[in-house]
Each structure stands twice: as structure tokens, then as C-alpha cells.
Design a protein around this ligand. Structure first.
Ligand SMILES: Cc1ncc(COP(=O)(O)OP(=O)(O)O)c(N)n1
Ligand SMILES: Cc1nc(C(=O)O)sc1CCOP(=O)(O)O
Length: 524
């Protein structure tokens, strides 16, 4: 008999102990199948063998109506006794080779994998799929290892590339984090994504399992339709002219709508950031307290997270989650990320928790994110060095992080993982004031807010909306063109007079000046 097709899109792992009060297990199962569950695993941790077999047989009967295969957690004997389609094995259960000998040839065998070695061994042993976890913290099982985090999944997916072994993630997956889970769990080299998600409580603990299943499945399906891709990216043909026109359009949108830009930044530059945001005609809110984040994410149009002094990590984590949930852009400025190991760890935790729409940094910061030491920062400042192949750096990092990457410098490189553009405006005096890079972050966040406001329809499978590459280009151009105008003023005598002049020139920037002065090249 041929192996039945294995559809991991929405993999329900059962958990009778997690049902809401009064809800019958079989009724809940039937409803979740109506909602689109594609595979079921019967997981019984407390039942004796007879009860396990009984539950398995009844589960199979119900699943048959929906043509959904059933696997058995851990127990080959229960699989054989109930006639299930296969088993899910843990790392300390029977080895796959032995299980294969005992089970019919068409049996499906999945195995848990928590690291690259386990994923490789699963592939070599011919596993049909791996269950990668725990992705997030879960209360449905006592975890004996650290949570992997979404970015911990990618290396396991790379190992599976080129094989027929599929992959699901498990652990703490809910409707609120599902897009983050899928977008974050990407092989950094292969760009391979998950084949689906496995859940217990998100469906079993719901009083309405059908709706819960429908919601999760629609998100997974929409993600897969839109993949591979960047979180918000429309497939647009880029030309310098279309980019200039787009930037001017966003400028008009900012002036019309005055977007509110929430900024969690450092105490060195907070004032300049608030002022440049006002000058560009947006409205800044500089709030850091975690408890405020749900309300602020509802109210504001974009979030800037600037790492300058990282005193507010809890606020950064909470804010990002809320903005992701509302598909509003987050601009992440990992200031000085290469300077300390604390910053590196904090960045990892942050990017494990939420998805940035744009990552912006100087070559040292982007190099640290990329994992290259070709260019290093001096503390939190740029060393002025450049990469030998900046196009590759921004494009590859954008692909890996699934966002737009902006690398500022004498020339600015911006990529969404597909296109790469170079901007050549700016003045050297920007390097003589504190916070020029941080101000560029505020401008980028403002233009990204406008780009998001431009798009009315929902992009279901994406974690954002709007053309973030255009937003990033607009923000960088606004500040760098203003810097050229400020530096040329007769009242500017040095860096002290340059800063207020820069704010003035941002304030006075017109669409015509942007159109005339913007130096944009499309490199890819
Ligand atoms: C799809 C999926 N992935 C992982 C697991 C965990 O299995 P295991 O490591 O055997 O742990 P227990 O489920 O036995 O607690 C799973 N069940 N399903
Ligand atoms: C059964 C199981 N295995 C995990 C692993 O990490 O291997 S996490 C987990 C529990 C998943 O339940 P929920 O969807 O409610 O978080």
C-alpha cells in the first residue's frame, strides 16, 4: 500500500486534560476536524494501554470521516493495535530503524528534534517529518530543555533541505504568534520554511475548536501562498523614478495624516528624535512602560526600537509583540550591537520575540547582525569602514531576517531581499553630531507608517502591510537631503549650528526638492 500523503499544515496533538470544563473530547475533535485539521496525533500520557487503544480507535473512526490520518504518540504497540497511520517518536523512544521494522511499510514516522544533530539524524533515518520544539514557552508539557525560539528553528530546516523529511514546529503556538512563528522560522541558508504547525492548547482548550482551527489554518495557508517573501513586500518593479514618485507620495500622506510614531530610544538622542519627527510632520510618543504597549500599539502607526542604552528591554519586547499583532511596522535600530555581548544577546531575544519590518544600522551594526567582522563599529559609532560587497550584505541579511535592511553610510544601501537600491545623498556633518543615525531611524519609521497607511487591504499571510522598502528609502532621503541643504546654509558654522539647521531643513522639505535632489540607483 502506498504511503498516504502527509499534510502537516495543521497538526492537532490531542490533550484530553486541557479541554475546557464540560467539553467532550470526541465532540471537540470532530469540531476541530471541521475547522480543517490535516493530521492528528493521539497523545495520552496518563492512560493505561487499554484506554489508550480505545481512545485511538475512536479517534481514528472520527478522523476517517474527514480523511485525516492519525498518528500515535510514542507507542508502537498502540499504533499496531489501533490501526493508526503511524507514530510520533521522542528522542528517548524506540529508534526509527526499529520502529520501521515493526510497523507496516506505509506507516508514517515522525520524530522530535530540538537541535541540528537530531534533525540530521532524523533525516538520515528516513523520518517522514520532524517536530521541532519547543518554539515558545508552553504550559501543555513540562519542558526539560530551553525554548528554541523562532530563530533557533532555521538551522534545523537548513539540515533538512534537499530531503523528503518535512517539518512542523510545536510549543506555545497560538493565533497571536503564528505569523511571527512562520516568518521567523526560516532556514538562513536554504530559506526553507515550515510545512505546518503542531498545536495542542490553541485548539483543544478552545470552547470553539472549529473556529480556532479555521483561524490557524487560514494563517498557515496564507503564509505558504505568500512565501517565499519578505514580510510586507509587494512585487513591484523598482526604478529610480518610481521610487522618487513613491517617496513624494508618502510625504504627502505624512502631511495629510500626521502619523503617530512610537519610539523607544536612548536618553542621549531622545530629544532630537522627537524634534525630527515633529519636523517631518508626524507626531512622536516616547513611551517605554510595558503596561502601556497594548494601548499605544492601537493608537500609533509605527514603532521605532532604538537600542542606544537598552534600559527598556521589557518595554521593547512587549511593544514589538503588540505591533506585530496589529501588522504595524517596527523599525529596529540595533545601535552599537557589536559593542557588548549583552547587546548581542538582547538583540537575539528581541528578534526571537517579534519581527521587524526594517532593520537599520551603520556598517558595523549591520555587519554584527550579518555575522561578519569585515567592518567593525567603534563603540556605538560607525568606524567609517565599508564592506567590499555591500549589496550582498544587505540583500542576504534582508532575506535571512525577512525584512528590509538599511545600511547607512556615505552611500546608503537598502534591500528587501529582492531589490537593492543605493542612495547617495547626505553631508559629512551628519557624522559630527550625535544621533544622526538615530534620527534617520525616526524618519524611516515615519515613512514606513505612511507606507502602511497607503494599503487598505489585508495581506493575510504577511506580518505587515505596505511597501517598507519605499518607506525606508523615503526616511533616509528626507534626512540626508535636509543635511545637504543645512550644510549649505551661511548660518551653519559647524556641528553646533548644523543640528538646528538640519531640523529646520527637514521641516521645510518640499516634494519638489525631494524629487530634484534624490540620488537613487537601483542595483538589483
Ligand atoms: C509533532 C510533535 N512534535 C514533538 C512532539 C514531542 O514528542 P516527544 O518528544 O515524544 O514528547 P512527548 O510528546 O512524548 O511528551 C510531539 N508529541 N509531537
Ligand atoms: C507535546 C509537546 N512537545 C513539545 C516539544 O517541544 O517537543 S512542546 C509540546 C506541547 C505543545 O502544546 P501547546 O501547543 O499547547 O503549547
Amino acid at each position: 500500500m502506498p504511503k498516504p500523503p502527509l499534510d502537516l499544515t495543521l497538526y492537532l496533538v490531542t490533550g484530553r486534560e486541557l479541554l475546557p470544563p464540560g467539553k467532550d473530547y470526541y465532540e471537540s475533535l470532530d469540531e476541530s476536524l471541521q475547522g480543517g485539521v490535516t493530521l492528528v496525533q493521539v497523545r495520552e500520557k496518563k492512560a493505561d494501554t487499554a484506554e489508550f487503544v480505545e481512545v485511538a480507535v475512536k479517534t481514528i473512526e472520527i478522523c476517517k470521516k474527514y480523511n485525516v490520518p492519525v498518528l500515535i504518540n510514542d507507542r508502537i504497540d498502540v499504533c499496531l493495535a489501533s490501526g493508526a497511520a503511524g507514530v510520533h517518536l521522542g528522542q528517548t523512544d524506540m529508534p526509527i530503524s526499529l520502529a520501521r521494522r515493526l510497523l507496516p511499510p506505509e506507516a508514517m514516522i515522525g520524530i522530535s528534534a530540538g537541535n541540528v544533530d537530531e534533525a540530521r539524524a532524523a533525516k538520515d533515518a528516513g523520518a517522514d517529518y520532524v517536530g521541532i520544539g519547543a518554539l515558545w514557552w508552553t504550559e501543555s508539557k513540562q519542558l526539560v530543555k530551553d525554548v528554541l525560539g523562532v530563530r533557533g528553528v532555521g538551522p534545523l530546516l537548513d539540515v533538512l533541505e534537499g530531503s523528503s523529511t518535512k517539518a512542523v514546529a510545536i510549543g506555545g503556538i497560538k493565533t497571536t504568534n503564528i505569523l511571527r512563528s512562520l516568518h521567523g522560522a526560516v532556514g538562513p541558508v536554504s530559506l526553507r520554511t515550515l510545512d505546518g504547525v503542531a498545536v495542542i492548547s490553541a485548539i483543544v482548550s478552545s470552547p470553539r475548536p472549529k473556529q480556532a482551527a479555521q483561524e490557524i489554518k487560514s494563517l498557515v495557508t496564507a503564509f505558504r501562498r505568500s512565501s517565499p517573501g519578505i514580510i510586507t513586500m509587494p512585487l513591484t518593479l523598482r526604478t529610480p523614478e518610481s521610487l522618487k514618485e513613491g517617496v513624494v507620495r508618502l510625504m504627502a500622506r505624512i502631511r495629510k495624516d500626521t502619523p503617530i510614531i512610537h519610539q523607544i530610544t536612548n536618553n542621549v538622542t531622545v530629544n532630537s528624535l522627537a524634534n525630527v519627527t515633529l519636523a517631518i510632520r508626524a507626531s512622536p510618543i516616547m513611551a517605554t512602560t510595558p503596561q502601556e504597549m497594548p494601548d499605544l500599539a492601537r493608537l500609533c502607526h509605527a514603532l521605532l526600537i532604538n537600542f542606544g542604552t537598552i534600559t527598556d528591554k521589557a518595554g521593547m519586547l512587549a511593544a514589538g509583540r503588540e505591533y506585530n499583532a496589529r501588522k504595524k511596522p517596527i523599525v529596529f535600530d540595533p545601535v552599537g550591537i557589536g559593542a557588548t555581548s549583552y547587546r548581542k544577546e538582547a538583540a537575539k531575544e528581541i528578534l526571537n520575540t517579534w519581527q521587524a519590518a526594517v532593520i537599520k544600522g551603520n556598517p558595523g551594526e549591520i555587519g554584527a547582525m550579518y555575522g561578519s567582522s569585515e567592518v567593525e563599529s567603534r563603540g556605538v559609532d560607525s568606524s567609517g569602514q565599508v564592506f567590499s560587497d555591500p549589496v550582498k550584505v544587505v540583500r542576504d541579511l534582508a532575506r535571512r531576517e525577512r525584512c528590509v535592511v538599511v545600511m547607512t553610510g556615505r552611500e546608503d544601501y537598502i534591500s528587501d531581499g529582492l531589490s537593492v537600491i543605493r542612495l547617495s545623498n547626505g553631508h559629512s556633518l551628519l557624522g559630527d553630531i550625535t544621533g544622526a543615525g538615530c534620527m534617520a531611524g525616526s524618519c524611516v519609521a515615519t515613512f514606513c507608517a505612511a507606507a502602511r497607511l497607503e494599503v487598505e487591504e489585508e495581506w493575510v499571510g504577511r506580518l505587515g502591510r505596505g511597501d517598507m522598502l519605499l518607506g525606508a528609502a523615503g526616511g533616509v532621503l528626507a534626512l540626508s537631503i535636509a543635511s545637504e541643504l543645512a550644510a549649505a546654509r551661511p548660518d551653519v558654522k559647524g556641528s553646533g549650528t548644523f543640528l538646528p539647521a538640519l531640523i529646520d531643513e527637514v521641516y521645510n522639505l518640499t516634494p519638489e526638492t525631494m524629487m530634484r535632489r534624490a540620488k537613487i540607483e537601483v542595483l538589483e
